[in-house]
Write a protein that binds this ligand. Structure first.
Ligand SMILES: Cc1cc2nc3c(=O)[nH]c(=O)nc-3n(C[C@H](O)[C@H](O)[C@H](O)COP(=O)(O)O)c2cc1C
Length: 346
């Protein structure tokens, strides 16, 4: 994660990558449908645990993502009425189309979670079949469902039977490289009622190392008739167009490249050169985002949550490292905001 973020930040100080050729309509700007839901373009903001709350998703939509996805929500927490889990189902006004992603390994519990997601007003419910964290996999959830595709299928079927909104699956290529045929497994999920598959073509044991091999994504696209979204290592409009052409996928999902750089979502959706916002724009954006977060979770938790965002937004943008560090180390939300405002005059 750190290595990838460093590479993404370093790319900001290089020459911007030339805009893709203007010939023909930009493929990622085309709307598409998932079940009955119309998505205005083919750029999806990735589910990001600990990050993708309502304020983050609203920001992604405002910057041009055609679909936003929540951080993963525990199906067991929904069933037991856990207050913090319930609050993760609350949606903001400006975020639709939005999918809520749930994780769990029990078909009944997952069906209940799907009903709760539908009742919350979300447009879709997504199943996490990619989480590599041992604590989650041990419970039979996340990527563990790929090791037991019959169970994965039962989960998809139970959820699809429970709700009218589209049920979608986000999967990896398997738990270990080569241990399943991801195309065949995706086909089983399609037959069980999935309306869209997202493929992140790393194995769970690889976590985020190496590079995403989208030849595997292409196999999944070939195997199913439903739309497939590809996820992994896509950071520019050119990379998105190339990956789309190579795989024949319906859309692309953007995760780490959007951290501290929400402008990239719109740039990819419109086929534009890498965005280079001014220092003022970056500070305004981070300030507005911070206020939203403080309102959502309170200033104390916001101070902690925002620490990683300070460097994601500000590193590589000509602001001295010690100023960014001071912001990260600020003991309270108010002090961090005062330091941030001070960076405007520097
Ligand atoms: C911090 C972090 C949290 C993530 N949380 C989730 C999650 O909750 N659910 C999920 O399906 N994938 C999750 N992922 C995986 C991403 O959605 C995405 O598939 C992966 O990061 C590859 O895309 P990227 O190269 O565009 O970041 C997470 C990734 C990161 C880095």
């Amino acid at each position: 994660m750190k290595k990838r973020m460093r590479a993404l930040v370093a790319a900001r100080s290089r020459e911007p990558i030339a805009p893709p050729s203007a010939a023909g309509p930009w493929p990622l700007a085309e709307p598409f449908r998932v079940g009955g839901v119309e998505l205005p373009n083919r750029v999806v903001q990735a589910p990001l645990a600990g990050i993708g709350n309502r304020v983050f998703r609203e920001q992604s939509r405002r910057h041009g993502a055609g679909l936003v996805v929540s951080e993963m929500v525990a199906a067991h927490g929904i069933r037991h009425g856990n207050r913090r889990t319930q609050s993760m189902l609350e949606l903001g006004e400006g975020e639709s189309p939005v999918a809520i992603q749930v994780f769990g390994g029990d078909p009944d519990v997952m069906a209940d979670a799907a009903r709760a997601v539908e009742a919350s007003g979300a447009d879709m419910v997504d199943i996490n079949m990619g989480c590599p964290v041992p604590k989650i996999m041990k419970t039979g959830a996340g990527a563990a469902l790929l090791d037991d595709p019959a169970k994965g299928e039962a989960v998809v079927r139970a959820m699809a039977d429970a709700v009218r909104i589209p049920v979608t699956v986000k999967m990896r290529r398997g738990v270990r490289p080569g241990d399943i045929d991801p195309g065949e497994v995706a086909r089983r999920f399609e037959a069980a009622g999935a309306a869209l598959i997202t493929i992140h073509p790393r194995a769970a044991v690889e976590e985020y190392s190496g590079t995403a091999d989208h030849r595997i994504s292409a196999e999944v696209v070939q195997a199913v008739d439903i739309p497939v979204v590809i996820s992994g290592d896509i950071a520019t409009a050119t990379e998105a167009r190339d990956a789309l052409e190579m795989t024949g996928a319906a859309g692309v999902m953007i995760g780490r490249a959007g951290l501290g750089n929400p402008w990239v979502l719109g740039a990819i959706a419109r086929g534009e050169v890498d965005p280079r916002p001014s220092r003022g724009q970056v500070i305004d954006e981070l300030e507005g985002f911070s206020h939203g977060i403080a309102e959502l979770i309170g200033p104390d938790r916001a101070c902690h949550y925002l620490r990683k965002f300070h460097s994601w937004y500000l590193a590589g943008r000509g602001i001295p490292d010690e100023d960014v560090q001071a912001l990260i180390e600020a003991p309270t939300y108010e002090e961090a905001m005062a330091l941030l405002a001070g960076l405007r005059e520097r």
